[in-house]
Design a protein around this ligand. Structure first.
Ligand SMILES: [Zn+2]
Ligand SMILES: [Zn+2]
Length: 123
């Protein structure tokens, strides 16, 4: 078992947006090249740094979670919406999404910081 990092490609041209600036347009993730040609494209905000929750930068949270997953646990990553701050977790275990759509406000955040919940599974 290992953690899957879920990339999101530009909804229009298909290029990977994970390591570049990404924009949102009509509820979809688009790349910078496409965003320039679109009306109303907005840069996607990053998840906020909070002390309230155990949010760590992506590399740190993956370092913490990976050995647990290797040991047979399931982890559910959690993030705070960059727009309305709602704390939420992904339903799929062991999947780290680089972008998340908020279940309350419906806007997209780039998930640069996250925490996780662990649930142990019987072997
Ligand atoms: Zn594009
Ligand atoms: Zn939200």
């Amino acid at each position: 078992m290992s953690i899957t990092i879920v990339h999101t490609s530009c909804a229009l041209c298909g290029q990977d947006t994970s390591s570049k600036k990404a924009y949102t347009w009509k509820g979809r993730v688009v790349c910078g090249d496409c965003a320039q040609k679109l009306e109303g494209a907005e840069e996607i905000k990053e998840t906020p740094q909070t002390n309230e929750y155990n949010s760590l930068p992506i590399d740190k949270v993956l370092c913490k979670a990976a050995p647990l997953v290797l040991g047979g646990a399931d982890v559910y990553f959690k993030f705070s919406c960059a727009h309305c701050s709602l704390r939420q977790s992904f339903e799929e275990p062991n999947m780290y999404y680089l972008f998340g759509t908020c279940e309350r406000c419906g806007r997209i955040s780039r998930i640069t910081r996250a925490g996780f919940l662990m649930s142990t599974v019987a072997k």
